[in-house]
Design a protein around this ligand. Structure first.
Ligand SMILES: C[S@@+](CC[C@H](N)C(=O)[O-])C[C@H]1O[C@@H](n2cnc3c(N)ncnc32)[C@H](O)[C@@H]1O
Length: 237
């Protein structure tokens, strides 16, 4: 029997810049001058807020083929669906958000800031497409972030999707990519994580799990960092 959040589809919930900083333990000063890609950005306001601070950020998601009105129509129902049940689940820690009402305020702030920016910058800083393919050049980005799509939706996205997506994300990333969280909605370590680290197809990559001080979904206080190995044969470095 499932203990955690049960979803029949990937929901359209977005986080703010502040939440990304916490989830990925980002050093705000170090972001300056970096080309940042936010994969599966959805209705997160990370990209909008990053630009407002003078950062160079691109957002990518399959919903960006839709109009503002189509996306807007999904925001509140998806948020209602989650907020209604999340307070009763044992798989969440409320140290940061305190209550479902405060969580709702964060998510509303995010999608409203996103919509205002999307209205103006759709097709430029908001690029549509579908993982495991990305419409970007090799090494175009210094830092790529993936929040709340890979690993956490392990029941809906299979191993092949994860393996191909990691390869593609690292094709367009010359620095590092960070993935968060590393647990499923059941708050258990994603079953694909260790096989990916030992996958011969990914031996050109180096994996590291980094502990953070942020935990909402239980056991989510870490992110995965992936970088290119210097040694093309994949010997441990
Ligand atoms: C839960 S939201 C996460 C949004 C944002 N990253 C955040 O943490 O606030 C998941 C997003 O993944 C997007 N998505 C699902 N499958 C995708 C795919 N194959 N390629 C690109 N985006 C996808 C959905 O459209 C949705 O916007």
């Amino acid at each position: 029997m499932k203990q955690g959040l049960v979803l029949d589809k990937v929901v359209l919930l977005g986080r703010t810049f502040e939440e990304y900083v916490r989830c990925f333990a980002l050093d705000r000063a170090a972001l300056r001058g970096q080309a940042i890609l936010d994969v599966a950005s959805g209705v997160s306001s990370f990209c909008a807020e990053a630009h407002a601070q003078g950062l160079d950020s691109t957002a990518f998601d399959l919903i960006y083929e839709q109009s503002l009105e189509e996306i807007e129509a999904r925001c509140q129902p998806d948020l209602d669906q989650v907020v209604k049940v999340i307070g009763d689940l044992q798989t969440y820690r409320w140290g940061f958000y305190k209550s479902p009402a405060e969580l709702r305020r964060y998510r509303e702030r995010a999608y409203k800031a996103f919509l205002a920016d999307y209205r103006i910058h759709r097709g430029t800083r908001y690029r549509s497409g579908k993982l495991p393919r990305l419409p970007f050049r090799d090494g175009q980005f210094d830092l790529t972030l993936v929040s709340y799509l890979m690993f956490v939706y392990e029941d809906q996205l299979d191993y092949a999707f994860h393996q191909q997506s990691v390869r593609e994300i690292m094709r367009v990333t010359k620095g590092e990519a960070r993935f968060y969280p590393l647990v499923s909605f059941e708050a258990k370590r994603c079953r694909y994580l260790d096989p990916l680290k030992h996958d011969p197809e990914l031996r050109h990559l180096r994996f590291a799990e980094v502990t953070t001080d942020f935990e909402f979904l239980a056991n989510s206080n870490s992110f995965l960092r992936i970088q290119h190995r210097c040694d093309p044969l994949g010997a441990p470095s």
